[in-house]
Design a protein around this ligand. Sequence first.
Ligand code: ASP
Ligand code: MG
Length: 462
Amino acid sequence: MKFGGSSLANAANIRNAAGIVQRFSPENKIVVVASAMNDVTDRLLQIGDLAQRKENARVRKILGITQRLHVKTAKSISSRKTSRELLDRINHLNTDLEKTVEGISHLRELTPRSRDYLLSFGERLSTPILAAAIRNLGLKAQALTGGEAGIVSDDKFGEAKPLAELSYHEIRRRLDPMLAKNQIPVVTGFIAATVDGTITTLGRGGSDYTASLLGAALNADEIWIWTDVDGLMTADPRIVKDAGVLPTVSFGEALELSYFGAKMMHPRAMQPAAQRKIPVRIKNSSRPTQEGTLVSSREEDNAGRVVKAVSIIRSVGIVTVSGTGMIGSPGAAAKIFMTLGSNNVNVMMISQGSSEATISCVVARKDADNAVRALQLALLGQGFVDKVIAEKDACIIAVVGSGMKGTPGVAARIFTAVARKKINVRIVAQGSSEYNVSFVVSEDQGPEAVRAIHDEFQLGNN
Ligand code: ASP
Ligand code: MG
């Protein structure tokens, strides 16, 4: 069970999380993974940046808020049984945190390595509090860092990659005996350690990765991600009134959904679970009796549905490169994408008409001007590109469902539904997985397009 920061935002939420663990114990052996308390990681990042610039007054202010939050929460969780030990531990970590920040400010230097160490305090502070709350309910729980739980990573600080085989072995060696004694390990999400014990982090949102890795290592029955939504939805409920929770999706579908903005694990985080076919359940910690969404490797769970969900990505722009010289000229696309890549522009969709006279890329709107300038500089005047332009009023609609694969007529239904609303489609792309059809329309017509598709495929009737 992994609890996200929003499920641990204050003492009441932490007690609630502990109550959830108790509810499912002891029939289940549970390993708990905890994120930092809400916003703490963001604050630590801010503290690091300010300390590096020696903005000491602001550092002290935000540091104080963070320290007090944990002391206050720990005090409120404390019982006669846990108080001394817990408060000592929190105070100790707070002192250590302060020294770390002083070090950064003194040297005016924040390396990726020291930033990881700084960020690790978020999870190192939240886990002992959650463990104490679980102990208060009469269960045996012990807080562990990712490293202590056996997660070994490379030393790419900020985005460290777990060494899977070694970690799997170490995790079992350390956690199996605890589970056998009915002890509940409460593990820091997000952080790992190199072979020589230096703290690393797995990238933002990395607690899900931790949960997925531990679940895979221990061959768990399920990995439960406790969060603040009921699960994956058929569409954004702010756009579609009868949007509903999806009871099941496959890993392939979840992957597509997460690319298209669903509140979901990072695709990287799903990988260990998907690889070992461990189902992942997304559940709402304030409504624990709801089933949530089960993500699994079963594809047949479609209940006859070809389309499962439709989502929208707003604030994108279309960059179009055109020139008759591109026709039949190998390497034109390569030059375009090289240029965008080296200018740090992420390409979200690509389309080339078979006339080959234009190539369009969909990029984040904030990148559109930069992309045009870079492409003009790199490509104009070389004889094959005549024009580079950006259209900035656009959004992507993504239609997702593994049942679309090999089913004829889905695209026809999608575009007929959209056409009926007189919405003009500017670009179309189908991922070759056939799990998703995406298209671009003007931003103000996006919500209407989402509703048209949701209605056409009756996604609200689960
Ligand atoms: N606390 C980390 C973050 O906010 C990791 C996580 O919450 O998953 O990115
Ligand atoms: Mg978080």
